[in-house]
Design a protein around this ligand. Structure first.
Ligand code: HEC
Ligand code: HEC
Ligand code: HEC
Ligand code: HEC
Ligand code: HEC
Length: 239
């Protein structure tokens, strides 16, 4: 009996140790990634300002950009080593404020030249640069938590009819795209007239990333372990 109990105690200790070590490892890894970026003056000052001036920090934290070491000054310019506001945000250090129009394309284009060049010559990119209501990069991706937007949900804020929008590249809408969409609409119209319903098979998104799957697996193994322990206790009481 005693042997069984000490065996179990050793097992629990080992589990706890493995968990602690892996948690510590993860913490170190994330600190390593973001440690330097968090200490720049733009972040330390803006964090304390509150409201609209602090929101960029909250949104940027945990974003793809932050994880890749893309800091405030890489889009806005300025000197992230200077602690005074005037020096950090001085034009002499290339500070450009909040970039709009061509300035925004230039800011993103430093690292995403291909995407910017493509979008700039598309129908919507031109409509943005000419001030005719086209969406900016920030409108679709967010300025600070840059992510891939939901299509066509996002498009509905400007477009009433989004038929086929999930089958085109929104960053490269050209005359050819418009023709393709109108053909699609004609075809759908004909199908309706003929009485055959257009196929409405729902798409299942495969968007569980490996990290989430890992978490679920970990949770599952903990659950099985606890269940085993309870069964063990019940069996031991019966003895
Ligand atoms: C010591 C505090 C402080 C530091 C350091 C600081 N800021 Fe600011 N920032 C402010 C305040 C206060 C404002 C609002 C008043 C203003 O615009 O002059 C502001 C405004 C801004 C704006 C908005 C300007 C606009 O035109 O709307 C941007 C963008 C910005 N900061 C980026 C940065 C970046 C990038 C850095 C680092 C290189 C930085 N800030 C460093 C305090 C700071
Ligand atoms: C990937 C580029 C990028 C990075 C990195 C970035 N910004 Fe911005 N920021 C923008 C753009 C673009 C705008 C204009 C937003 C718009 O018009 O919708 C903006 C706008 C702002 C504004 C004006 C208010 C607002 O929200 O529109 C402030 C203040 C600001 N940024 C501060 C910061 C701070 C502080 C950081 C670092 C934590 C930062 N930004 C990092 C691109 C960036
Ligand atoms: C200093 C370099 C740099 C600048 C400036 C920059 N980015 Fe990025 N961006 C990156 C890196 C690095 C990644 C992550 C690696 C990758 O996917 O290429 C990234 C990723 C992205 C992604 C993919 C996000 C995802 O979830 O897959 C988008 C969207 C994006 N950036 C938009 C922008 C926009 C919009 C701007 C301008 C407001 C901008 N970036 C400015 C470097 C930059
Ligand atoms: C109308 C909305 C819209 C606008 C405006 C827009 N994008 Fe995108 N962008 C998207 C969508 C949707 C995707 C995902 C495309 C895909 O999965 O094929 C994307 C993808 C990207 C990616 C990731 C590419 C990759 O292969 O991972 C980057 C980087 C990016 N955009 C940057 C920008 C920049 C910079 C601008 C401004 C010049 C911009 N986008 C304007 C909707 C937009
Ligand atoms: C900020 C508003 C805005 C958003 C958001 C927006 N668009 Fe547009 N879009 C426009 C404007 C403005 C035009 C140019 C209209 C014109 O000149 O006929 C346009 C034109 C188009 C066209 C070609 C003409 C047409 O009307 O069919 C397509 C296709 C298109 N957008 C797709 C998209 C997709 C896909 C998204 C979402 C990922 C999107 N748009 C998000 C404003 C927007």
């Amino acid at each position: 009996m005693i042997e069984k109990k000490s065996g179990l105690a050793v097992f629990i200790c080992a589990m706890a140790l493995v968990f602690a070590v892996s948690a510590l490892g993860q913490k170190n890894a994330s600190q390593h990634k973001s440690g330097a970026a968090k200490n720049i003056s733009c972040v330390t000052c803006h964090k304390t300002l509150g409201g609209e001036l602090a929101k960029p920090v909250a949104e940027w934290t945990g974003s793809v950009h932050q994880q890749n070491g893309i800091t405030c000054n890489m889009c806005h310019g300025g000197d992230p080593a200077a602690t005074s506001m005037d020096k950090a945000m001085s034009k002499d250090h290339g500070f450009i404020g909040a970039p709009h129009g061509q300035a925004q394309f230039d800011a993103c284009g430093k690292c995403h030249a291909t995407e910017v060049a493509e979008y700039a010559k598309s129908i919507m990119g031109k409509a943005y640069l000419e001030g005719k209501g086209g969406p900016s990069c920030a409108k679709c991706h967010g300025a600070h938590h840059n992510a891939i937007p939901e299509v066509p949900q996002l498009c509905k804020s400007c477009h009433k009819d989004t038929t086929g929008f999930d089958q085109i590249d929104p960053m490269n809408v050209t005359e050819a795209t418009v023709q393709m969409l109108s053909k699609m609409k004609i075809k759908l119209g004909e199908q309706k007239v003929a009485g055959t319903r257009p196929s409405v098979v729902p798409k299942i998104k495969e968007d569980l990333d490996p990290y989430v799957i890992g978490l679920i697996a970990f949770g599952g193994s903990i659950f099985v372990f606890i269940l085993g322990y309870i069964i063990y206790l019940i069996l031991e009481k019966r003895d």
